[in-house]
Design a binder for this molecule. Structure first.
Ligand code: ADP
Ligand code: MG
Length: 323
């Protein structure tokens, strides 16, 4: 009965870090200002994401775990005007089908909350509980019924490292949300949610790096590029410390990477990479998104002009910052 969800689970939830990403994105979509993530071990024993967002309406809760029961899209045209992060209604049912899942939620206008428990996607219990406004999702024994997937997972340091990278990236995309990551009983990452990007970079990448970064803020008719880039002497041997956001979504865009490298052309050796955290704002009508459950492919209508804008903005930022 749940094979469709289990198959889809393979796509949406590859490993604990992908579960964390889906749950945290749901919290962001719900308007949360505080999101607390708790992990045990490599994430298989326990993943918990608690938020202070809108909560899930009492009648909506049982629906949230049904495939394609997304509340975020009413017509397919909406995809072009997508503001929220999720829209497929696949994450919760997929996660539910391969774990023991408990969702507790209380919407603002309710005096009490509801808790829904499922085992391998089968509903076990729905009961009223006392809880604060918002939602808490607890995933236990991830992949307990899909041994092949379980076997593919790596050690705790590797899997937790991926989880912590995921939270770091998300925290850089949302400096206005306070995140905390606890593992086990110890807070390993905590942002203030004050909306200060340099401060968030300090928490995620280290204050020594954050302090040296050069601010960028360039507004053109169609585009706005804002964030921080490293001086030419602050480089890494990989692109791990390059973060791009388009309209608040985290993207891996070869187009943006190339424009960035061109901006640094002759200033740093080709094999080294600057540290950057850049938010690009573009009108949704100026790009196409092809969203796969785990990645996002972006195409720009005016790619040439955009890459030139980025290249020049970065170059100018570097030149102007010279003492
Ligand atoms: P999607 O995010 O693609 O809509 P999901 O399976 O991730 O699908 O979630 C299903 C639905 O459950 C969401 O559309 C939303 O209505 C609700 N939901 C899930 N998590 C939360 C949350 N933390 N706060 C409020 N609503 C939530
Ligand atoms: Mg979602």
């Amino acid at each position: 009965a749940h094979s469709a969800n289990q198959i889809s689970a393979g796509e949406v939830v590859e490993r604990p870090a992908s579960v964390v990403k889906e749950l945290v994105e749901n919290s962001i979509d719900s308007g949360a200002k505080h999101i607390d993530i708790t992990i045990e071990g490599n994430g298989v024993p326990l993943i918990r994401v608690r938020d202070d967002g809108s909560g899930i309406g009492i009648t909506d809760l049982p629906l949230a775990v049904i495939r394609h029961a997304t509340s975020k899209i009413s017509q397919i045209e909406d995809l072009n005007h997508l503001q929220t992060l999720g829209f497929r209604g696949e994450a919760l049912p997929s996660i539910a089908s391969v774990s023991h899942l408990e969702i507790s939620s209380r919407p603002v206008d309710e005096a009490a909350g509801l808790s829904l428990t499922l085992h391998g996607g089968e509903q076990a219990e729905l009961k009223e509980i006392g809880c604060p406004v918002g939602t808490s999702v607890t995933v236990r024994d991830l992949f307990y019924n899909t041994p092949a997937r379980l076997k593919f997972l790596k050690s705790t340091p590797t899997e937790f490292g991926l989880i912590s990278d995921t939270i770091g990236r998300i925290a850089l995309a949302h400096p206005d949300i306070a995140f905390s990551l606890t593992h086990p009983q110890q807070v390993v990452l905590q942002t203030t949610g004050r909306g200060d990007l340099r401060e968030a970079i300090g928490t995620v990448l280290g204050y020594d790096i954050a302090r040296q970064l050069i601010p960028i803020n360039e507004q053109q008719e169609k585009w706005h590029l804002e964030g921080f880039i490293s001086p030419p002497n602050l480089v890494r041997s990989s692109k791990q410390a390059q973060f791009f956001m388009i309209n608040g979504r985290i993207v891996r865009s070869p187009i943006l990477s190339r424009a960035l490298a061109e901006g640094y052309h002759t200033l740093i050796p080709v094999k080294l990479h600057p540290v950057v955290v850049l938010h690009l704002t573009v009108s949704p009508s100026d790009y196409d998104v092809n969203v796969h459950p785990t990645k996002m492919d972006v195409r720009f209508k005016e790619e040439q002009a955009l890459t030139q804008f980025i290249r020049e903005t970065v170059y100018r930022g570097l030149i102007n910052s010279k003492p």
